[in-house]
Every structure is written in C-alpha cells, then in structure tokens.
Design a protein around this ligand. Structure first.
Ligand code: NAD
Ligand code: IPM
Ligand code: MN
Length: 357
C-alpha cells in the first residue's frame, strides 16, 4: 500500500520521539512491502520561530493532502510569553478544530513487566485495560467568551464550557461503538451535580445508550472518577468525558502504566483523516538530552497503522516489538530505577527496530 503521512514533530522532545516513529514505520514499510511517503510540517513554537504563527496555512494544506497525521508535541517556556492567540498550544487546538478531530482515544494498559515501576500495588494494576474517550473540539477549551476584561484585562477573566447536543451525541456514540467491540461497558464522566452542560451530557448518554442494549452505561462524577481511577482502575472499560476532564484524567491514568511516556493516542474525525500523537507534552525539563521515552509515539504509530490503514498485522508487529523490548528489561530513564543504566531515546528506538527484525 502507498500512504502519505504528514509528520508534525513540533517542539522539545516532540522532535526526538517523532524520529522514532519514522524509523519504525520505515522498517514496517520494508518488511511488509508498503510505500510510506513522509511529508513534514511546522507547528507550535517551531512554527512561531520560523513563520511567526503556530499553525501556518501550508501545514494545514500538507495535512489535508495526507492519508494520516502524526504529531510530536508543542510548547515550551520559550514561548510562554506569547500572546494567547499566538501560543504554540493554539496551533494544536486550531489543527484539531480545523480538521474536525473530535474524538481523542487514549488507551491505558498496564504492562505486567512494568508494574514495579508504577507507584501502585500489583493488585491494583491487575487487569487494567481501558480507553479514555476524550471530547476534543468543544467544551471548556473552545467555548466563547474566553477573555479578560476591566482595566486592560486585569480585573476579570472568563472561560466558557459550551456544547451543542450534537457534539455530545457524536462523542458518546464513538464511546458506545468502542465499548461494543470491547467489554461492553461505558462510564460517562461528568459534573452533573453542578454543571448544566453535564446534565445535558447525562441525558444524551441515556439516549445514545438506547441504541446499544448490550452495553452497560454508568454515570460517574468527575471528582469520584479521579479517585476511582487509582483505587480500582480495572473497573473501567471505556471512559468518556468532556475535553478538559479527559485531559486531566488521562495524565493521571498514565501513572498506572508507569510513565506518561507510555501513553499513545489517536484523534479521530468523521471524514477519515485522523491524527496520532502521544499524550505527553514537549517535556522541557529533558528536551534535547536524548532521554525521552519514544514508546508513546511509537505506539501511536501502531494505532495509525491499525485505524487509518487497516494494517492489523503491521500494528501488532510494532506492539509486539515494544512488548519484547520491555520484557527484556530495556527501559528509558522515566521507567528506570536509580541504580539502572537507562537507555537513551536513540538506543530505545534502535531496540524496537531490532525487536521488529
Ligand atoms: P509534559 O507532558 O511535557 O511533561 C510532564 C512530565 O513528564 C515531565 O517531567 C516530563 O519530563 C515527563 N515526560 C513527558 N513525556 C515524557 C517522555 N516521553 N519520556 C520521559 N518523560 C516524559 O507536560 P508539561 O511539562 O506540563 O508541559 C510542557 C509543555 O508541553 C507545555 O508547553 C505544554 O503546553 C505542552 N504540552 C503539549 C502537549 C501536546 O503537544 N499534545 C501535551 C501536553 C503538554
Ligand atoms: C494534550 C495537551 C494539550 C491539551 C495542550 C497542549 C493544548 O495537554 O494533548 O493533552 O490540553 O489538549
Ligand atoms: Mn494533556
């Protein structure tokens, strides 16, 4: 198969881990007789530096001409002083909105060989295998007004949590579809005891559920969900929630796997052009040091092979290589113990390529 993949490395460790995805995909193409054409675009701080804006039109054009998109990470202290509309993060938010990437799928799986690296007891991690379905183009991130006012913006500030019924229905439908192919359980997480938008979310969940008689629906308040995620994470199959709730809960859930550097994601649209990115950010504290864990990015590439290209065998091969390397005790610093000699990013990428061979 011939596929064009738009690579958007972004900033910080985004660049370092993106290298891993590209090298692994190149090996897969050779092994399975595919042709992957990699195009590359600027986004985030790198785009601000070179083009003055975080999402240049040519990047958007490049994305629209691709079969799938991969993104590293955006942001960093260098650009924290940018005006709100020109921050690196705005580039990513605009990309999600422009391309209609409304469903962010974040699988959380506890690898048995990594349980010693997690702060949790083995008994808590037993059977942890769930998916967070995060709404990605609405909610508190996109509602208007979102602004400062009074005395040059010094006196008050507002953000708005806004959803249309249709936006809520489509993300819940995505969650039910996913549960139907998994363990038939949806946990819909909201703040319906306080927020009007959550009360509409809850009603909509009940309506969508009517079309899925075999899928169990449970409602959970977000504060309780944050607690349940670490008390009894194995209870979850598909957890679906608002944009910001999902952002926070997924970083929390990553600790179950041992590291934020282990969590991949896909961001799905309705038109078949999807984006794949690790859940983590640009990690300014370790950027440029060849220390980042590239596995979240590499596992995101596996998600792309499966979801965008229907390459199940190829995706399995990547995931098997990751499992093999981890089982052999190879780890980057985020998963190493103090007296270990952790692998560099480049060494981990090389190990995965060897694992594929
Ligand atoms: P972060 O995810 O970048 O880092 C949080 C912590 O996790 C850091 O200690 C970091 O070293 C560690 N970490 C993250 N990924 C790792 C990896 N692959 N291997 C090893 N360790 C890893 O979050 P932050 O520090 O709060 O944010 C830094 C910047 O990244 C901010 O500008 C933020 O806006 C941006 N960000 C971008 C994305 C994205 O592009 N999708 C996601 C989150 C944060
Ligand atoms: C993520 C990030 C982004 C988000 C930021 C960088 C805008 O934290 O992808 O999880 O909050 O969605
Ligand atoms: Mn986040």
């Amino acid at each position: 198969m011939k596929k064009t993949i738009a690579m958007l490395p972004g900033d910080g460790i985004g660049k370092e881990v993106m290298q891993g995805a590209q090298e692994v995909l190149t090996v897969i193409a050779e092994q399975f007789g595919h042709e992957f054409i990699f195009t590359s675009g600027l986004i985030g701080g790198s785009a601000i530096d070179q083009r003055g804006i975080p999402l240049p039109p040519e990047t958007l054009e490049l994305c629209r001409n691709a079969d799938a998109l991969m993104l590293g990470a955006v942001g960093g202290p260098k650009w924290d002083g940018e005006p709100p509309e020109n921050r690196p993060e705005r580039g990513l938010l605009a990309l999600r909105k422009e391309l209609g990437l409304y469903a962010n799928i974040r699988p959380v799986k506890a690898y048995e060989c990594l349980t010693d690296h997690s702060p949790f007891k083995k008994s808590v991690l037993d059977g942890v295998d769930f998916v967070i379905v995060r709404e990605l183009t609405g909610g508190l991130y996109f509602g208007k007004p979102s602004e400062r006012s009074g005395k040059g913006g010094a006196e008050s500030a507002v953000d708005t949590l806004f959803y249309t019924k249709e936006e809520v229905r489509r993300i819940l439908t995505a969650a039910f579809e996913m549960a139907a192919s998994r363990r038939n359980k949806v946990t819909s997480v909201d703040k319906a005891n306080v927020l009007e938008s959550s009360r509409m979310w809850r009603e909509t969940a009940e309506e969508v559920k009517a079309g899925y008689p075999d899928v169990e629906l449970e409602h959970m308040l977000v504060d309780n969900a944050a607690m349940q995620l670490i008390k009894n994470p194995a209870q979850f199959d598909v957890l679906v929630t608002e944009n910001m709730f999902g952002d926070i809960l997924s970083d929390e859930a990553s600790v179950l796997t041992g590291s934020l550097g282990m969590l991949p994601s896909s961001s799905l649209s309705l038109n078949g052009l999807h984006l794949y990115e690790p859940v983590h950010g640009s990690a300014p504290d370790i950027a440029g040091e060849n220390k980042a864990n590239p596995l979240a990015m590499i596992l995101s590439a596996a998600m792309m092979l499966r979801t965008s290209f229907g390459m199940e065998e190829e995706a399995n091969a990547v995931e098997r290589a990751v499992q093999l390397v981890l089982d052999a005790g190879k780890r980057t610093g985020d998963l190493a113990f103090e007296n270990d000699h952790p692998l560099t990013t480049d060494e981990m990428i090389a190990e995965i390529k060897e694992g594929l061979a």
